[in-house]
Design a binder for this molecule. Structure first.
Ligand code: HEM
Length: 498
């Protein structure tokens, strides 16, 4: 209301602060959010500005210092979880129990990252099997075959990721994969729908329109018996029972508090939650990189040469460490994330109490404040020729840094943040490189995602030729409000290499 607007009248608005014209800016925002955010960034970089949305104002912190503050703020002051609950109404779609205890994030940050080397062989086995079933089956003999790629690679990544999450046989059941994918879509759809209603009506609306209920029931059908069996084995033989699978489900069961979180339904919900954060982020990133590769043929040879030098002929022999010296591959993926990320924002936070930034800007309680990754990723103060795709820019920067300091290839990613070239790696973040967020809530799955993307792209490069059907043209991304997606209609042509 008016009272609330007065609370932030001191913050500059993009468009107009006036009720009627801010409504028009909100309408425009849905059509071209990214342009509007860039306009704000150009005019107000270094400070906080606001943009009207139908559901209220959105505050954008710009410039390294303010973004650094967003990255590091305490959860009970600027909350990431509360922002997600607000924006996606996750209490009604994912379930309250998940946010009441976020232990799965701790599992990802610690156990998943420690076990990357040991889960990789299975993931690679799944990549080989999935490419055979999903891609080879569609290719003619030595012919170029045009294919739409978003659904295709979403299915492959769903299989591969779930090989690491729940293992065989679940990851190969097509309906299991359809269920986890559709859950992710329904969380977003349900959240957007529920946000059209005022707070007090939402519980009633959600009880009538439960967008994810069907997904949970199906997931219980597939995963419930597997969870029950693993719980039984733990009860009978202890936590380290013989033959215990090394996958996310085992770690989730091991780390669940022994209360309502240990119920089969809540454990299954947790697996859905991990899929929700992991799947689309990874598959969209892969398709973006694939378009950039297929449209820019000049990268194919140097990437192949690098892979042939460092990876064995048989994918089964690839290890986590074999990718460490593949700096061109790392750089190509990082550049793809820089220019074709998941959307305009990163670091979504909600003010849990009135908050004063160090530059003196005051924000009231209960508003969403975020950073613009697209504006910051294309700011020429941060990157030279910032608007141009330069697949090896981070490779060259790393080489320059390596000349000033000997770089140890085999050092653990997690341990060597001190080395000079750290900032140019795919998995690193900074106040102006925001593809994986940063600071307190930095994506805990990024080491896994990076490894999966590298294995997938390497497998593709070494076994297939790719080019855009529309030669040399990278299809433009599709923007829906502040979310960006790779084109779903463009076709990539594939041919098996002999
Ligand atoms: C290329 C793929 C991915 C991208 C681009 C991505 C990006 C992000 C971003 C931007 C955030 C927000 C961080 C922040 O607010 O500071 C995030 C958080 C998160 N991501 Fe990822 N992610 C990817 C893959 C994954 C995977 C594979 C997993 C799980 C295995 C995962 C699990 C999570 C979780 C649990 C969080 C919340 C962390 C927290 O709140 O502390 N992500 N991710």
């Amino acid at each position: 209301g008016y009272q609330r607007r007065r609370l932030h009248a001191h913050i500059p608005a993009v468009g107009s602060d006036n009720v009627l014209s801010s409504y028009f800016t909100a309408m425009k925002y849905w059509m071209r959010a990214n342009d509007i955010i860039h306009e704000g960034y150009r005019k107000h970089k270094g400070s906080i500005f606001k943009i009207p949305q139908f559901t209220g104002w959105l505050f954008i912190a710009s410039g390294d210092e303010l973004v650094e503050e967003l990255r590091n703020a305490d959860e009970n002051v600027l909350s990431s979880a509360a922002a997600l609950v607000d924006l996606l109404q996750t209490d009604y779609t994912i379930g309250r129990s998940v946010r009441e205890n976020l232990y799965h994030i701790h599992v990802l940050r610690t156990t998943l990252n420690k076990n990357l080397a040991s889960i990789l062989p299975d993931a690679i086995d799944e990549i080989a099997a999935a490419f055979k079933d999903e891609l080879d089956a569609k290719l003619g003999d030595g012919e170029w075959t045009p294919l739409a790629v978003t659904d295709l690679f979403t299915r492959i990544i769903c299989r591969v990721s779930n090989r690491s999450f729940v293992g065989l046989p679940l990851c190969r059941i097509p309906d299991y994969c359809t269920t986890v994918e559709s859950f992710a879509q329904n969380v977003v759809l349900g959240g957007t729908f529920l946000n059209c209603f005022p707070d007090f009506l939402r519980p009633a609306v959600a009880s009538v329109v439960n967008t994810t209920g069907g997904n949970l029931r199906k997931m219980m059908h597939y995963t419930g018996p597997v969870v029950d069996e693993r719980k039984r084995l733990i009860e009978e033989h202890g936590e380290d029972y013989p033959g215990k699978p090394v996958d996310m489900l085992s770690w989730i069961i091991d780390n669940a508090p022994h209360n309502e979180h240990y119920s089969t339904e809540n454990l299954v919900r947790r697996v859905l939650t991990v899929n929700f954060v992991a799947l689309h982020s990874t598959s969209l990133s892969f398709v973006h990189a694939l378009y950039s590769l297929a449209a820019r043929q000049q990268y194919i040879m140097p990437l192949r040469e690098e892979l042939e030098q460092h990876l064995g002929k048989e994918p089964a022999t690839w290890t986590k460490d074999s990718f460490n010296p593949c700096w061109k591959l790392d750089s190509f993926l990082k550049e793809s994330q820089r220019l074709n990320g998941l959307g305009a924002f990163s670091l979504l936070r909600k003010t849990m109490r009135p908050y004063t930034f160090r530059d003196g800007t005051w924000l009231p309680e209960g508003v969403i404040v975020t950073a613009s990754q697209t504006a910051s990723h294309t700011d020429s103060e941060h990157f030279t020729n910032a608007d141009t795709f330069d697949g090896f820019r981070f490779f060259r920067a790393r080489e320059r840094a390596a000349q000033t300091e000997a770089v140890e290839y085999t050092q653990e990613h997690l341990e060597d943040q001190g080395s000079e070239d750290w900032q140019y790696r795919l998995t690193s973040t900074s106040p102006h490189y925001l593809a994986f967020g940063g600071g307190r809530h930095v994506c805990p799955g990024r080491f896994y995602a990076a490894l999966e993307l590298k294995c997938m792209l390497s497998f593709l490069l070494l076994n297939y030729d790719v080019r855009m059907k529309d030669a040399g043209v990278r299809p433009p991304d599709v923007w829906i409000g502040p979310t960006s997606l790779p084109s779903s209609s463009a076709k990539v042509e594939f041919r098996r290499r002999t």
